[in-house]
Design a protein around this ligand. Structure first.
Ligand SMILES: N#Cc1c(N)n[nH]c1N1CCCC1
Length: 331
């Protein structure tokens, strides 16, 4: 059975993250979760989360679900690259997204969440869509929703059609030809250690010359911005009057009134152009004349990340066949 679900920006001012409605258990409990191709744990705010750490989030209560089963002796603990994290225990239960149901999905219930999760009331947990090798459940790692659902889908794929300041969609099991233009270019994926890792063929700043390069990075729906090698972002921000790489603000900032160039990245023989508006990410604070860039350096990260700023410029196919590939199309 195939499916389709909304990817809703959690903030109307800028695309910090997207959430998607899911139902868990019997009778169904609806939560809005962050679908994240950069991790592989499905965890939720729950009746096991201390009240002091819950601030408006919906919670999953396994004790209210007749189909919930404790996965005895199993725990989990995850730390994300931005320093946020969570931990807890594990149940299996019915899990449905956009009409696709997995009857015994490992649902990781949070017993602790870090403050950055407590402070974001619109995100009720995560659905990891990375490879199951990254799952943190101990002693036995669990399968992602996609790995569990794959065999029931017409095709072992899911697609991401994220949008700038608008609602997009995640589709499961099929490729909707109405969502893109031209051809889809498929690239090989390196599945070790478990991210959707691919190699971009280069970049161009605005209408400038294309610079062939091999940029190895991960396609990560759970990261707001895009983080690329210093030489790439330096050549981009070098074209913007008043842009500086600020220690104070933790990245490239620029006068909000500046005209930004677009950014084009290569996908095999094809390319995707990120409009300048997507790179004019947000004012530092409400009403500030200083704006934060959507393109930042990856040098302190140790990995290049094609986050939402890049993904929303394309229609992206996450092909879970053997071997997996990743497809990119203009839209
Ligand atoms: N850091 C980080 C990160 C990432 N690279 N992918 N998803 C992430 N998060 C999901 C929720 C919090 C951080």
């Amino acid at each position: 059975e195939n499916g389709s679900a909304a990817a809703i920006p959690i903030d109307p001012r800028f695309d910090i993250a997207y959430v998607t409605p899911v139902t868990i258990g019997t009778p169904p409990q609806t939560l809005y979760l962050d679908f994240d191709t950069g991790s592989s744990d499905l965890w939720v705010f729950s009746s096991h989360t201390p009240e002091s750490q819950v601030r408006g989030q919906r919670i999953y209560s396994p004790e209210k679900s007749s189909t919930a089963k404790l996965l005895a002796g199993h725990t989990w603990s995850i730390l994300y690259g931005d320093g946020s994290g969570s931990l807890g225990n594990v149940y299996t239960d019915n899990f449905t997204v956009g009409g696709v149901t997995v009857t015994s999905q490992a649902v990781q219930t949070a017993q602790q969440v870090s403050y950055s999760f407590t402070s974001q009331s619109e995100i009720h947990g995560l659905v990891g869509l990375g490879f199951s090798t990254l799952n943190t459940v101990f002693p036995n790692g669990q399968l992602t929703f996609f790995d569990n659902a794959k065999s029931t889908l017409d095709s072992p794929v899911f697609t991401a059609d994220l949008k700038w300041k608008k609602e997009g969609t995640y589709d499961f099991g099929f490729i909707d030809e109405t969502k893109y233009t031209g051809e889809i270019t498929y690239l090989p994926v390196q599945t070790d250690p478990g991210y959707w890792t691919f190699t971009s063929s280069g970049y161009a700043v605005g209408d400038g010359a294309f610079h062939p390069a091999s940029i190895v990075g991960i396609a990560d729906t759970g990261t707001s911005l895009t983080y690329l090698p210093a030489e790439v972002v330096t050549s981009y921000w070098g074209q913007v009057d008043g842009a500086v790489d600020s220690d104070y603000y933790g990245g490239y900032v620029f006068p909000c009134s500046s005209k930004l160039p677009s950014f084009t990245f290569g996908v095999g023989p094809a390319n995707i152009t990120i409009p300048a508006s997507y790179i004019n990410y947000a004012q530092i604070t409400e009403g500030s004349p200083v704006c934060f860039g959507g393109l930042q350096s990856s040098s302190w990260l140790g990995v290049n990340i094609w986050g939402d700023v890049a993904l929303k410029a394309a229609f992206v196919v996450f092909n879970g066949a053997n071997p997996p590939t990743i497809g990119w199309a203009k839209k």
